[in-house]
Ligand binder design. Structure first.
Ligand code: NAD
Ligand code: LMR
Length: 327
């Protein structure tokens, strides 16, 4: 058996946390030969609920789960962590935008960035899920000056999966036939789910779908607004699909992307494709040996460029709004 991988999860007693921990314990992140240790972080009022979650983990008798520590101290949670899944944060309710959460949530990521810097393992990899995810990721990264920026990512895999499913449904094919989907920019209403570079059954998606109106006026807004649609229907934000997307994000980063395909991840921008520098911008990436690379050489149309500009501007505005917690 390999040495255990230590995974820190914040907000472990919340909705996403509850949908996630059993899958992590089951080995879904790193495969069936790889044991895991869980470090579950919560705030003091949620510690009792967290104890109940831990009881259920114990009752699952998961062979790959080597030990579980519950704590309300971020430094203890991140001590020696190889992976940090930063989920714990307030979710939005009906009628709110994700950016409305910045004031409440950014300070959480400032403190957690500092704790990661102090205590995480040298190979730490961070995925931020708590909203607004891209800018919270920036806040955590900037407060962790000793950790390379490349080790921080924010999750846009849920948007990526949503885009894939919508294209598959429209084309009447299984989702596995849809490849090279990209979500560009912010995990927000300005994100740009890109069907133009996607393939369906190996052919250009626009050609297979043959309905330009649908791509621009139905597909794009459906993916952009899917989080709100789920909140409207469920009365709570997405949890099962978010946990699933987080598992997919880690699986890709750890295990790599399949030949000929890519995934979407918000990563530290050095300005590729004209995005603003220094924000966390979602790009198409391929991954080998745990290292991601932004897909190069995609031809962007004026329509694509305008969409990237809009979402990039929103990220700059969010960064401006978060200045107080950015060193
Ligand atoms: P939730 O309210 O059910 O759970 C959040 C948990 O975080 C709570 O148990 C809370 O006690 C805990 N928490 C709060 N502050 C904390 C802190 N400082 N340290 C540790 N834990 C803390 O919410 P949820 O539905 O699980 O959603 C969590 C976050 O994920 C929200 O911000 C939501 O908007 C976001 N989200 C992002 C995506 C995405 O695609 N990026 C998808 C779904 C949800
Ligand atoms: C989602 O995309 O479902 C989450 O970010 C929750 C939300 O607020 O939309």
């Amino acid at each position: 058996m390999n040495a255990p991988i230590r995974v820190a999860l914040t907000g472990a007693a919340g909705n996403i946390g509850y949908a996630l921990v059993f899958r992590i314990a089951n080995g879904d992140l790193f495969g069936p030969g790889q044991p895991v240790q869980l470090r579950l972080l919560e705030i003091p009022p949620a510690m009792k609920t967290l104890e109940g979650v831990a009881m259920e983990l114990e009752d699952g008798a998961f062979p790959l789960l080597h030990d579980v520590i519950l704590t309300d101290d971020a430094r203890m949670a991140f001590d020696g962590a190889n992976w940090a899944l930063l989920v714990g944060a307030r979710p939005r309710g009906k009628g709110m935008e994700r950016a409305d959460l910045l004031g409440a949530n950014a300070p959480i990521f400032k403190a957690q960035g500092a704790a990661l810097n102090e205590r995480a393992a040298a190979d730490i990899r961070v995925v931020v899920v708590g909203n607004p995810a891209n800018t919270n990721c920036l806040v955590a990264q900037r407060n962790a000056p000793d950790i390379p920026a490349e080790r921080f990512t924010a999750m846009t895999r849920l948007d990526h999966n949503r885009a894939k499913s919508q294209l598959a449904k429209k084309a009447g094919v299984p989702v596995a036939e849809v490849t090279r989907v990209t979500v560009w920019g912010n995990h927000s209403g300005t994100q740009y789910p890109d069907a133009y570079h996607a393939l369906i059954g190996g052919r250009p998606a626009p050609e297979v779908i043959g309905d330009e109106y649908w791509i621009r006026e139905v597909f794009i807004p459906t993916v952009q607004k899917r989080g709100s649609a789920v909140i409207e229907a469920r009365g709570q934000s997405s949890a099962g699909s978010a946990a699933n997307a987080l598992i997919n994000h880690v699986q890709s980063w750890y295990g790599g992307t399949p030949a000929g395909d890519w995934v979407s991840m918000a990563v530290h921008s050095a300005g590729a494709y004209g995005a603003p520098e220094g924000v966390f911008f979602s790009y198409p990436v391929t991954i080998r040996d745990g290292v991601y690379q932004i897909v190069e050489g995609l031809d962007l149309s004026p329509f694509d460029r305008e969409r990237l500009r809009i979402t990039g501007e929103e990220l700059l505005q969010e960064r401006q709004d978060a200045l107080q917690v950015l060193p």
